[in-house]
Design a binder for this molecule. Sequence first.
Ligand SMILES: Nc1ncnc2c1ncn2[C@@H]1O[C@H](COP(=O)(O)OP(=O)(O)O)[C@@H](O)[C@H]1O
Ligand SMILES: Cc1ncsc1CCOP(=O)(O)O
Ligand SMILES: [Mg+2]
Length: 277
Amino acid sequence: MTTANTGAASNNSPSPIEDVVLALERLRARCPLTHCMTNEVVKDITANVLLAVGASPAMVEHAEEAQEFATMADALLVNLGTLDDVQMEAMRRAIPAYQRAGKPWVLDPVAVGALGVRTRFAREIIAHRPALIRGNASEIIGLCGRASRGRGADSGDSAEEALDAAGELTARTGAVVLVTGAVDYATDGARVRSCANGHALMTRVTGVGCAQGALAAAFAAVCEDRLEAALATAAVMAVAGEIAAARAAHPGSFRVALLDELSRIDGEILRQRARIA
Ligand SMILES: Nc1ncnc2c1ncn2[C@@H]1O[C@H](COP(=O)(O)OP(=O)(O)O)[C@@H](O)[C@H]1O
Ligand SMILES: Cc1ncsc1CCOP(=O)(O)O
Ligand SMILES: [Mg+2]
C-alpha cells in the first residue's frame, strides 16, 4: 500500500481520504434510496451505477408521485438533460417537498448556459437551496451566468474559471459545487478539494457524468458535510474508472468494467489509488 493519502493535503479534515472511505462505508451500510429525476438517455446506467456502489435507485416521474416520494426517499437528483414541460412541472413539485422533508437534492445542470429553457429553469430552481451541484466546467460557468466557450470537456473552459464560478454559486445558493473533468474540484466556498484520478474513456460512454450526479445525491444522503459527499463522489467514480480503463480499452467493455469496479471498490483500493488534495 502507498502512503500518498494519509493526511498530508487537507484543509480542515486531518485525513480527507479517510473521510471518503467512511462515506463509502456509510453509503453501503445505509443503502440510501435515491430518487432520480433524470434524462431519457442515462436512466439505465444511472440505476446500475447506484446499485453497483451500494445505493438503491428509483426513477419516479409523475408530478404527484414525485412529490409524494419525498416522504420515502433519502435524496433527490434533478438532471436537466432531456428537460420538457411535464418534467419541469414534476421537478417544481418534488424539489420543495424534499426541502420540507429536510432531505438533500442535487442539481446536474446538463448543457445549462448553452440552451435557453433549461438555463432559465436551472436559475429558478437553485433558489431552493440544492445541497450539491455537479457539472462539467462549461455547465458550472454557464449556470453562474458567465460566458462559456463551448461544450464539456472539449470546450477549452478552464478548471480555474469554473472553480471561480463555483465559488460564486456556493455563495449564492449554499450548495457545494463539484466541477468534473480531468481533475475534479469540490468547493463549499471556504474549502477546495481535488481528485486527480479518472480516464478519458469516461467521456466516451454516455451517462458517466449524469450517473455521477445521482451518486452525489446518494452520498449527500449519508454525509452531513456536503464537501465530503462531493469528494467521495469524485473519488469513487474516478478511481473505479481508472482501474476499469486499465483492463477495458474500448467504450462497450469499459462500461461493463466500470460497473464491476464500482461494486469492487473499497477502502483499501481508495487508499492506494486516490490522488486527493
Ligand atoms: N480527461 C479526463 N481524464 C480523466 N477523467 C475524466 C476526464 N474527463 C472526465 N473525466 C471523469 O469523467 C467523469 C464524468 O465527468 P465529465 O466528463 O466532466 O462529466 P459530463 O459527462 O457531465 O461532462 C468524472 O468522474 C471525471 O473525473
Ligand atoms: C447525450 C445526451 N443528450 C441529452 S442528455 C445526454 C446524456 C449526457 O450524459 P453525460 O453528460 O453523463 O455524458
Ligand atoms: Mg453531464
